[in-house]
Design a protein around this ligand. Structure first.
Ligand code: NDP
Length: 298
């Protein structure tokens, strides 16, 4: 009999949004101010369009203001910088998100660096990255933040546990490592230049897959009782249909893991919920109110 928990990210994210709605209401009553999230979208990237639509819808559902800036693909870097600068100075905007990827003629690093770190709800600004790695309070990238909340459902402290992260991106792998270190895990990151990935994965008590390779992590790579967080979102064709799968072979992994996140319906919904959490926390910090640690109130 296998006791693996399949963590319903949709349900968990909905609980988080409902908590944020309550906390947001309290904040509005306390300050007389409604948190505002500005989303800047350049061009017509189809996946970004769906994602941005969901962000705006969910922002409004929790009672926050949503401000969208839609810009043409050929907008210049200079004009985009000036829009970000304008948002930095707009008191009604507490969070700024520039949807990636940006067109090739625009240097994303330059744009992300322009965002006021106190409004950087994606947590990509070097100031927030530095704070995260220094163990200080900061705005943390939304996807790894969501993963850490999922892990905290089982463990609040990872002392003596070994965590392995597959993937070293700035968006997922690296900030995930910083968060796991903060939870006292012993962390290894593997990537495309690592030898013996399978052996390293077999040693993991917590395994985070953020690679973008469908079903890469096999059932045989997983130690009994391992907690698996599958960040990957991969579209593949199966039996003539387009389906989404993760980076982990779910059907095999479920046999030995103690908890696993499905794809779809696992990490995905948590990302926007954490964006709303960051927007609330950015607003609170701007009013000198303490940061909400959701794991302590859920
Ligand atoms: P990146 O492409 O930026 O990074 C992928 C990482 O995986 C890199 O570090 C790369 O190594 C490593 N990698 C690639 N192939 C292999 C391999 N064969 N063996 C070992 N390592 C490998 O991707 P992201 O981090 O942005 O995203 C990862 C996945 O997560 C994607 O499927 C993406 O769609 C999904 N995602 C999901 C989100 C959500 O909300 N659920 C949010 C963000 C991402 P190297 O650095 O050496 O190239």
């Amino acid at each position: 009999m296998n006791d693996c928990i399949v963590l319903d990210g949709k349900k968990f994210a909905s609980e988080i949004r409902s908590k944020i709605k309550d906390l947001g209401k309290q904040f509005i009553e306390e300050t007389g101010f409604t948190p505002g999230l500005a989303v800047v979208v350049v061009g017509d990237h189809p996946a970004s369009k769906v994602y941005v639509r969901n962000k705006i819808k969910q922002t409004e559902e929790v009672g926050f203001n949503s401000i969208e800036h839609k810009l043409p693909t050929n907008v210049s870097e200079k004009d985009l910088l000036s829009i970000v600068d304008h948002l930095n100075h707009n008191k009604k905007v507490n969070g700024i998100l520039v949807q990636l990827p940006l067109p090739e003629h625009i240097n994303s690093d330059v744009i992300l660096d322009k965002i006021d770190p106190s409004k950087d709800v994606d947590g990509f600004h070097a100031t927030n990255v530095g704070k995260l790695w220094s163990g200080l309070n900061s705005l943390v990238p939304c996807t790894p933040l969501g993963c850490s909340l999922m892990i905290k459902k089982l463990y609040s402290d990872l002392s003596g546990k070994k965590a392995v992260i597959v993937g070293r991106s700035n968006i997922v792998g690296k900030p995930m490592a910083a968060l796991l270190i903060k939870m006292n895990a012993t962390v290894t990151i593997v990537h495309s230049r690592t030898k013996n990935i399978e052996e390293i994965c077999k040693s993991a008590d917590i395994l985070i897959a953020a690679v973008g390779v469908p079903n890469m992590v096999k059932g045989t790579w997983i130690k009994k009782g391992c907690v698996i967080i599958d960040v990957g979102i991969n579209r593949i064709e199966k039996d003539g249909k387009n389906i989404l799968v993760g980076d982990v072979d779910f059907n095999e992994a479920i046999k030995s893991s103690s908890m696993i996140t499905p794809v779809p319906g696992g990490v995905g919904p948590m990302t926007i919920a954490c964006l709303l959490l960051n927007t609330l926390n950015a607003s609170r910090a701007q009013y000198n109110l303490n940061e909400i640690d959701l794991s302590s109130v859920l």
